[in-house]
Design a protein around this ligand. Sequence first.
Ligand code: NDP
Length: 478
Amino acid sequence: PTAHIGVTGLAVMGSNLARNFARHGHTVAVHNRTTARTKALIDEHGHEGNFVPAETPEEFVASLIKPRRLIIMVKAGDPTDAVIDEFAPLLDEGDMIVDGGNAHFHDTLRREKALRERGIHFVGTGISGGEEGALNGPSIMPGGSAESYKALGPLLESIAAKAPDGSPCCTHIGPDAAGHFVKMVHNGIEYADMQLIAEAYHLLRAVAGYEPGRIAETFRSWNTGRLDSYLIGITAEVLAHTDAATGRPFVDVVADAAEQKGTGRWTVQTALDLGVPVSGIAEAVFARSLSGHTDLREAAAGLPGPAAGGLSPEAAEEFADRVEAALYASKVVSYAQGWNMMAAASSEYGWNLDLGAMAAIWRGGCIIRAAFLDRIRGAYRADPALPSLLADRRFADELGRAQDAWRAVVTTAAGHGVPTPGFAAALAYYDSLRAERLPAALTQAQRDFFGAHTYRRVDAGGSYHTRWSGDRGEERTG
Ligand code: NDP
């Protein structure tokens, strides 16, 4: 055997990953259920490095140096189980199966446990950056055992994106499903980021009266500051693009119904199970789903909105600056929520996640790469047990400075009838967390009234019930 690593599943992601390994000097075994794909890869890209094509699983496994390192890059879900069932019997103790697909972390927990019992390391690995990233450097989030990372880490780090400081965007995330979990949260944060950017665009268009070309310029200038990120960059590109067929701004010819593949939804479902408020991600998932409900939108199309006037050019410029502040502040809140979710899962599943590490490996290769992540890394470096990003002095100061503009934007948006679920939810989260008293006291009293669910008092320990339907006396219940 001569191959350092093998890739089975040679659709776009698998072939690009295999080429990336080969280009970095590793000998790569390649296999695909339909052999035509394997042949096509060798015909078109065989000259890029050392490939060992295999027609059968047996041939593929036999070509790998022990302990074997095998990456599965097939359709997520049942196909992944089918491929595991096919290959696992051919492997020996100590071999490693890496699942680089977008698996749900519950599936990864199940698969890891089953394979561990057979002495095989199962390494659920999040890979971000799409097909371009797979070829030129993705952000890689491997879970699984620390032992497997010793054998896999150097290979994975060699093909990963490099952060601006040159460090690889790959690190051992934690045991079993930790890698797929943080990849899911990454995607959830990506949904929130995209929604916030969309709201900023909508406000600049509908309230400031800017045309898409002008908004592209605004985004470009934002991209030189604290909002510097891949997503802001591509937003400017999209907004500056003109549709060839009609000569209209491209954004105006795209149907306004956003689709989703499901990782955002998984993030919110999981957050509900963990009891972590991720309102920014949830609003983003709901906004996409709402946009696709043509039936509901048509039924409501005639409802009245406000008669709001336009802004003067000076007022529009001032407003645009405020939108930048609101966007930044809301973004900080979304990231804070995403990080809280990772912290909660870390305790729930015993992963012992290094929360700063995620910020480090998302600085390159992935969709949410941004200058800003260095700041998050710094915050967790200063205090690894930081309860929330909002508790970091620098972020807290920034939100404090942004809050007037943030409030003004949400107010103006409501006044003009422009929906900003992301900005508004982020502001509500900020105000909820900093509130001295929340109306949750009233909620508890109501629960005790109709269901005898009991409440705690601010001035004494224990739990209490008031006899609401009787003499309204209070009794201690625990
Ligand atoms: P697809 O998700 O389209 O999957 C196609 C591949 O799966 C083909 O190689 C196909 O083989 C194989 N396959 C499907 N069913 C089976 C089966 N029952 N047994 C064996 N092989 C099977 O490919 P992509 O390259 O788009 O994605 C691969 C994985 O990467 C997916 O899990 C996807 O979610 C994830 N992904 C990740 C992205 C990222 O940015 N991280 C982006 C895109 C995808 P055949 O040729 O024989 O049909």
